[in-house]
Design a binder for this molecule. Structure first.
Ligand SMILES: Cc1cc2nc3c(=O)[nH]c(=O)nc-3n(C[C@H](O)[C@H](O)[C@H](O)COP(=O)(O)OP(=O)(O)OC[C@H]3O[C@@H](n4cnc5c(N)ncnc54)[C@H](O)[C@@H]3O)c2cc1C
Length: 402
C-alpha cells in the first residue's frame, strides 16, 4: 500500500492545480484520473478561452505557472455590458494601465503549462488512465483501490471530479441541480476592427453573447449561450451564415470576421452542494459548485477553493495535525461557503434577470445598468469582484506561497 498526504480524484484543471499547490509546500499527493491530461492539450479537446481574474493570476505566479503563460494571455483593459446590441454600455475600466481587470487565457495553454510542471513536481504521483473502484473513508484514513489493483492511502481525499462527480454522489452529499435548457457555442474569430482589450457581454432573453479579447489584437473568442435547439441549429450553420448571425447579435462590433477555431457546444447546468466537506473528504472546483458561465467565474471560484484549502492543509501539517481532521475541514467549509454561495446565486440571478422577455423588463434592466454606470462605488465593487479581490483572501491569491 502506497501512503500519501492527500488522495486527489480528478486531474482536470482544478485537480492538477491543487496537486501543484500542495507540491510547492512539500505535501505529497497522488492524482487519479481515467483520462490522461496529455490527451487534453489540443483545441479539439478544449477550445475554450477562460477569463482569469487578476487574483487568480497571482496564484499562478505563486505556483510558477504565471511566467510560462503570461506572454500568451491577453489583458482585459475594459468590460462593456449591454442589454441587447442597441443598449447603452455599462463599462468597467481599470484606472491604472498596469492593472488589467483580468486576462484571457486559452485553456489549452493552461493545460500544457500544468502538464509540464506536474511532470517535474517531486511530490506528485500520477495515476492517469485509472480510476478508483473502491473508496473507504475509515476512522483513521482513506483507502482507495484502483482498477489495476493498486491500493492507495491518505488521511484525506480531495474530490476534483467536475460537476458530475460520482464520489460526491456516493458520499451522499445533497446537490441542488437543474439544467438551464441552454447551451454555449464556443469558437474564435479573426476580425477587421481591433478589440482594444475590450471584453463585451451583450444580454438577450435567450442568453448572453460574450466577445473576449485574445492575442493578437484582431482575434476574439465567442461564448454565445442560447436555448438548446437554437444552439444546435446555429452550430450547424455554414460559416458565412453563422458569422452573419454573430454580426447581428453583436451589432457589428468587430467588423468583418472569419472563424479560426471549430465550434464546440457545452450544455449549461447549475449544481450547488449543501456542503463542501464530509468525513475525510473535501470537494474542490466544479465538484463543489457548477455555475453558468455568464460572468466567467467558475474556474476562478475553483482556484479560490485551491488557495484556501492549500493554506488550511499547509498550516495543519505545520502544526502536526491529521490532514483529515474535522476541524481543518470545518475551516475550509467556513472559508469557502459564503463566497461560493454569493457567486453561484449572483450568476443564477443574472441569467434569470436577463432572461425575462418584454419591453418593460428591458426598460427596467437598462435603467439599472444606467444607474450602476453613474454610481462609482457600485462600479468599484463590481470591479473588485471581477478581479477576485473581495472577501478574506487566501495568501496565495496575493502571489506568494503560504
Ligand atoms: C462554455 C464555458 C465557458 C467557461 N468560461 C469560463 C471563464 O471564462 N472563466 C471561468 O472562471 N470559468 C469558466 N468556465 C468554467 C470552467 O471551465 C470550469 O469551472 C472548470 O473547467 C472546472 O474544472 P474542474 O477541474 O473542477 O472540472 P473538470 O474540468 O470537469 O475536470 C474534472 C476531471 O475529473 C475527472 N474525473 C471525472 N470523474 C472522475 C472519477 N470518478 N475519478 C477520477 N477522475 C474523474 C475528469 O476526467 C476530469 O479530468 C466556463 C465553462 C464553460 C462550460
Amino acid at each position: 500500500m502506497t501512503k500519501h498526504d492527500v488522495l486527489i480524484l480528478g486531474g482536470g484543471l482544478i485537480g492538477q492545480t491543487m496537486a501543484l499547490a500542495l507540491d510547492r509546500h512539500g505535501l505529497r499527493s497522488v492524482v487519479v484520473d481515467p483520462v490522461d491530461p496529455e490527451t487534453t492539450l489540443t483545441t479539439d479537446f478544449d477550445g475554450r478561452v477562460t477569463a482569469i481574474s487578476s487574483s487568480s493570476w497571482k496564484l499562478f505566479d505563486a505556483l510558477g505557472l504565471g511566467p510560462l503563460m503570461r506572454g500568451q494571455a491577453c489583458p482585459i483593459a475594459r468590460i462593456e455590458v449591454r442589454d441587447g446590441a442597441a443598449g447603452a454600455p455599462l463599462d468597467f475600466q481599470s484606472d491604472d494601465d498596469d492593472d488589467a481587470l483580468g486576462l484571457m487565457l486559452e485553456n489549452r495553454v493552461l493545460r500544457r503549462a500544468l502538464w509540464l510542471l506536474i511532470q517535474q513536481a517531486p511530490h506528485v504521483t500520477r495515476r492517469y488512465g485509472h480510476q478508483a473502484v473502491t473508496l473507504d473513508r475509515g476512522p483513521n484514513g482513506v483507502t482507495a483501490q484502483l482498477d489495476d489493483g493498486e491500493v492507495l492511502s491518505a488521511p484525506l481525499v480531495l474530490v476534483c471530479e467536475g460537476r458530475h462527480s460520482t464520489t460526491r454522489a456516493a458520499a451522499g452529499i445533497p446537490v441542488a441541480a437543474w439544467d438551464y435548457a441552454s447551451m454555449s457555442i464556443v469558437t474564435a474569430m479573426d476580425h477587421s476592427l481591433p478589440h482594444g482589450g475590450t471584453a463585451h457581454q451583450i444580454f438577450y432573453p435567450g442568453g448572453p453573447v460574450a466577445l473576449l479579447p485574445m492575442n493578437p489584437g484582431t482575434r476574439s473568442a465567442l461564448v454565445w449561450s442560447l436555448p438548446e435547439a437554437d444552439a444546435k441549429a446555429m452550430a450547424k450553420l455554414g460559416e458565412r451564415a453563422f458569422l452573419a448571425e454573430v454580426d447581428r447579435a453583436t451589432g457589428g462590433l468587430l467588423g468583418d470576421m472569419r472563424l479560426v477555431a471549430p465550434r464546440a457546444v457545452y450544455p449549461l447546468q447549475f449544481r450547488h452542494t449543501a456542503k463542501m466537506t464530509d468525513h475525510r473528504l473535501a470537494l474542490v472546483g466544479d465538484a463543489g459548485h457548477g455555475i453558468h458561465p455568464i460572468a466567467g467565474q467558475g474556474f476562478n471560484l475553483g482556484l479560490r477553493d485551491v488557495a484556501a484549502l492549500t493554506e488550511v492543509l499547509v498550516e495543519g501539517a505545520r502544526l502536526g495535525l491529521d490532514l483529515g481532521d474535522a476541524q481543518l475541514l470545518a475551516r475550509y467549509q467556513r472559508w469557502r461557503s459564503a463566497d461560493v454561495m454569493a457567486v453561484t446565486l449572483a450568476c443564477d440571478t443574472l441569467v434569470r434577470l436577463f432572461g425575462i422577455k418584454g419591453r418593460v423588463a428591458r426598460a427596467v434592466r437598462r435603467l439599472g445598468l444606467g444607474a450602476v454606470q453613474r454610481a462609482k462605488p457600485l462600479k468599484d465593487l463590481f470591479m473588485s469582484e471581477a478581479r477576485g479581490e473581495s472577501g478574506a483572501l487566501p495568501v496565495m491569491l496575493t502571489g506568494v506561497t503560504v
